[in-house]
Design a protein around this ligand. Sequence first.
Ligand code: SF4
Ligand code: ZN
Ligand code: ZN
Length: 334
Amino acid sequence: MKCSICKSSAAIYFRRNEGIALCADCLIWNLENKVRRTVSKYDMLKPADRIAVAISGGKDSLSLLKILSKLTAKFPRCELFAVMVDEGIRGYRDRILSDAKAFCEILGIPWAVVSFKELYGLALDEMLAARPGENPCSYCAVLRRKALNNAARVLKADKLALAHNLDDVVQTFLLNLMLGDPDRALRALSPVSPRAPGAVPRIKPLFRIPEKELALYAYLNGIPIPSSACPYGDRALRNDVRAALNLLELGHPGIKYSILRSAQSLASLAECPSGGGTGICRVCGGPSSGDICRACAIAEGNWRRDIAVGHPGAPRANPRSAQARSPPSAGAGP
Ligand code: SF4
Ligand code: ZN
Ligand code: ZN
């Protein structure tokens, strides 16, 4: 089958919801163009922005880094750097992060790492060993969000770019509905979070790109794809939601886009405050809908209060970034 765009090369992918076939070059072009239009439509970036890209080391975040490095190449005053979180998952995250650092260095993009151990006093493995039976992902996600925001503030980023794709956004929406948190469900839909006290504005340039297409993009661009999965991931409800959505998409191409559109209409009807909390956590100074943020509430349970909340650790930067991009001073607070 020939590519529907260039009409000459052999297609490698059929986009069922649009009924078009794409060759490798056109798929890459089309996907990057879609991200460019999303960035422009939602006014995600300014020409002199300092952008922190949250890197998990997976295909999505590394693809986002590559796409943003291409999109921002025309803007010399725009700065891009990668921020990685080491949750402390033995035999998993450390290996993925070393591949991610190598990829950043190939792209010439500075990186910094912040770890749960430095920020909260304990690695995720240690926290979970002390709390058997807890859902690892619900702890991890809250602490990770705070770690990223903290790192972005320390690094004086104007924006924090997240690699949430279409599948992630729809899954998160449905998950939060199932968990009885409609406010959080609607907030998950927002491609740009508005300015809120203590929070670096988050942008989601990939929120209209399906996970399957990002996997192809990563493969075609030689982006490293982790061979192992998080050992705690199999306990996540998200896996069941993902499987159910993929099954629905198979029989009803485009259903993920339909859910996104319907959910966004609901959000506008509800006039959802898409930025999360409007207040400031009295402990860490980060964003919070109450007196104290969820991460600090978790940290107050078992972890040393002084390390957990009083002295947010500065991310460790690679030596190249220290010279090239005026890194944060050690211990600088938000
Ligand atoms: Fe954290 Fe869960 Fe993701 Fe593992 S699967 S990194 S525990 S959120
Ligand atoms: Zn083509
Ligand atoms: Zn807090």
